[in-house]
Design a protein around this ligand. Structure first.
Ligand SMILES: [Zn+2]
Length: 63
């Protein structure tokens, strides 16, 4: 459900899932951008603030 007032980057920057403005404010960085969401991160990771980090230092998924 996209609304005209949504910010263009109102999505998880990692997996592209739409996230709410509230979610971004809570878990995002200063620019309210999230690099993780409940779809691609665990709750514990989110609670540790990892969604606000641009690089996923603790996720050894890259080769
Ligand atoms: Zn995500």
């Amino acid at each position: 459900m996209s609304q005209p007032g949504d910010a263009p980057d109102g999505r998880c920057q990692r997996c592209g899932t739409s996230v709410s403005t509230r979610f971004r404010r809570v878990f995002g960085g200063n620019d309210e951008t999230v690099h993780g969401c409940v779809e691609c991160m665990t709750l514990s990771e989110l609670c540790e603030g990892e969604a606000a980090l641009e690089e996923e230092a603790s996720a050894p998924t890259l080769e």
